[in-house]
Design a protein around this ligand. Sequence first.
Ligand SMILES: NC(=O)c1ccc[n+]([C@@H]2O[C@H](COP(=O)([O-])OP(=O)(O)OC[C@H]3O[C@@H](n4cnc5c(N)ncnc54)[C@H](O)[C@@H]3O)[C@@H](O)[C@H]2O)c1
Ligand SMILES: [Zn+2]
Length: 392
Amino acid sequence: MNYLEQRFSVQFNYKVFFTSDLFAESNKLLENFLAERKESGTEAKILFVLDEGLVTANPSIPQKIRNYFSNADSFQLVSDLIIVPGGEAAKNNNIYFNQILEAVHNHGIDRHSYLIAVGGGAVLDLAGYAAAVAHRGIKHIRVPGTVLSQNDSGVGVKNGINYFGKKNFLGSFVPPVAVFNDEQLLLSLDTRNWRSGISEAIKVALIKDADFFYWIEDNVAALKDRNLNVMNQLVKRCAELHLEHISGGDPFELGSSRPLDFGHWSAHKLEQLSQFTVLHGEAVAMGIALDTLYSAISGRLDGDKAQRIIQLIRDLGFEITHPLMQVKESGSPLLQGLEEFREHLGGRLTIMLLSDIGKGVEVNEMDPGLLEQAGEQLHAISGAGYSRKVTA
Ligand SMILES: NC(=O)c1ccc[n+]([C@@H]2O[C@H](COP(=O)([O-])OP(=O)(O)OC[C@H]3O[C@@H](n4cnc5c(N)ncnc54)[C@H](O)[C@@H]3O)[C@@H](O)[C@H]2O)c1
Ligand SMILES: [Zn+2]
């Protein structure tokens, strides 16, 4: 045997802070965080990337950020705050990726500097990816602005942009140095984006925590009423379940199993087929409904439980299916989505289904005929009102 062996492990550690009005001058959380990490002899520069939709809804944010850093002499704020469009546009067109890299280049942002992104999941994915590749990695702080990014995408280790028309085709696994969840940002969300991220909480509850699922059921009215306190509880538990899963399993997704992608194979395809007019969380709600019904029809999940899950999704005001989610023939775009999901996993197709509320079960194939049936039943249920029975 003639070889050398290299082996090491790298410990990652970051906190997800929960706060209110992060950039208020009286809020010292971020300032203290940065001060504690200040290395002597270096002057950390801070480059901000802001989500245009978030800024439009909170026009005072750029000035608040400038004021916040105006007295912090150990940091140098790059006064030119980068603003990129919010939503999938940020990830679809690489001009925004290039724009961030150019700013890193022009302002001399180095590996002791910070790139702080404030925005929805799409802007965070974009900025996180740019931070991961520039200089092989600039410290990255996330300030998620939506329910979905506070409870799921912003607290994890993945980032990326779309390429060749495929979701997250380019990306990396790089943890942030910290996440600051600011509840005030949720107040300016429109109804769709307030609701959209709740589907990720249902997702993680269904595969990991039945009690959390029942808690969501009990809190439907408060969530629809935009009760911030209840939403904070949902965000925190959901973020906690995601963090636990990431650290306890396969953080950099070396295997083919993706429990947290329950309901996502069809959701990713629907987002793309609908040209991103269906939001990620809305597509996930439909994907959960499809895989829940499929679980029941294929004999894995009790029909009444499937009905209960679908009812919760509807009660929250989500649609449970979409014309583009119907499987009609073997070349159906949705079935191509299954193949693309397998490609993305890079190995054997592995799909999470349910055997109970709070309990997932993995399968390695999906039957197109049963998928067609599940789609048709969901279509019928969505037209027929709440009381329609799931036929499993
Ligand atoms: N990296 C991951 O692990 C991961 C996980 C799940 C989802 N994602 C990605 O996250 C993206 C979806 O993220 P999202 O649901 O946060 O939506 P989003 O980023 O698409 O934002 C939705 C809209 O809300 C606006 N917005 C953001 N914050 C706002 C605020 N505080 N007030 C008013 N408007 C605001 C944005 O401008 C945008 O128009 C998708 O690209 C998805 O693929 C990534
Ligand atoms: Zn998701």
